[in-house]
Every structure is written in C-alpha cells, then in structure tokens.
Design a protein around this ligand. Structure first.
Ligand code: IMP
Length: 198
C-alpha cells in the first residue's frame, strides 16, 4: 500500500464494488477494511446518516494510519414515515437478506393499500485523515424515484430491484452498473468528495 491508499470502512460487497469503480480513474486506491484485517464494523447507533457515517469512519481510523472514507446510505419512503432510513440494511432484522428487507417494505406499503410510493436513496460520505480529524469532509447525494411491487432485475444490491429512478422505466437492478453510478446517490456523493480530494 502507498500514501494514496484510503481505507473504505465497509463490509458491503455491493457498495465496495460501486465505490472502487468510481475511484478507478483517480490516483487514490480505495481498499476495503477487510483487506487490512478489520472484519467487524462500527455499531450504527445514531439516528442520522451523517452521524452513522462518522461513527464508521472513526472506528476504522482508530485502527489504521491511513485516511478513511465511510458512507452511510439508505432508502427513505415518505409514506412509511421515512422508513427504512438508517435501518435499511437491517429493516427486517439483524442479518436480514436484501429479499427480506424488500418484502418488509412491500408488506408495509400493502398495509396502506399501496403497491408503489415515491422514495429516495440517500448517501452521506465522510473522509477523515485520522480518528480525531476536526474537519471531516462530508458530502451528500440523493436519487429520487418510486418503489414498486413490480420487482425486476438482478444487478446491484439492496433495494435496487424495486427502485425506479424518476424518468426511468427500468429499476436500478436492470440498468448497467456504470449507468447506476452515474446517477446514483452514492455516485453523486463520491464524485463530490473526489472533486475535493483531487
Ligand atoms: P449501511 O449504509 O451499510 O447502513 O446500509 C445501507 C443499506 O441501504 C444497504 O444495505 C441497502 O439495503 C440500502 N441501500 C443503500 N444504497 C443502496 C443502493 O444503491 N441500492 C440498493 N439499496 C441500497
């Protein structure tokens, strides 16, 4: 590893793939925390994306001399009182699968006699140079669309198969990964961060 190595505080393979692809044309190499022997992630005990991203970043920064990037993201559905929100990864319970989380969203919509609803994905990205960095760089991205019981596609991860970006007849799981990165909450937030790091 060299000076341009940044550790990515995440154990989510879907996220890691997307973020490494966003970084591929830049001089920094982004290395998942597991590559430096960190298997466990910080507990996400806060109620906002930004606080959880900071918790994740500081946890990994306390175990390495490299700079750290962390990202907290999730699906926000107004008609479900902003759920699943910061609980997106564990909406149907700790260690729940993507399919179980999708089922819970669709079940909760059904209870309100809905088979679709406006929704958005939010991502907050944090960069710190050390665990006590007093000036974290924080960037935010979002993508607006509709969640629908018309589940389709196998690309991506998480709630992608039920999320139709505004203006698209395809879900995020049906479009190519490069296209998803060009419009997604994560792509927007990471490119804003990269503009500063460059
Ligand atoms: P966390 O940021 O690790 O707490 O988890 C974010 C969770 O939000 C993921 O596990 C997914 O369930 C969901 N999520 C975040 N971004 C995406 C995305 O791009 N597509 C689909 N689901 C996502």
């Amino acid at each position: 590893m060299n000076n341009e190595t940044i550790i990515f505080s995440s154990g989510n393979p879907g996220k890691i793939k997307e973020v490494q692809s966003i970084f591929k044309d830049f001089e920094f190499s982004i290395v998942p925390q597991s590559n430096i022997g960190i298997q466990k992630s910080a507990e996400e005990t806060a109620c906002t994306f930004v606080e959880n991203a900071l918790l994740k970043a500081r946890y990994v920064a306390s175990k390495t001399d490299h700079s750290v990037i962390a990202e907290d993201s999730g699906l926000v559905i107004d008609l479900l009182d902003n759920e699943p929100g910061v609980f997106s990864a564990r909406y149907a319970g700790e260690n729940s699968t993507d399919q179980e989380n999708i089922n819970k969203v669709l079940e909760n919509l059904k209870q309100k006699n809905l088979n679709q609803s406006p929704a958005k994905f939010i991502a907050v990205v944090v960069y710190i140079s050390n665990p006590n960095d007093p000036i974290p760089i924080i960037k935010h991205g979002e993508i607006i669309g509709t969640v629908s019981s018309k589940c389709s596609g196998t690309n991506g991860f998480g709630y992608d198969p039920i999320f139709y970006p505004d203006g698209s007849t395809k879900t995020l799981a049906e479009i190519a990964p490069e296209i998803k990165n060009s419009i997604s909450h994560r792509g927007i937030a990471f490119r804003a961060l990269l503009d500063i790091l460059k």
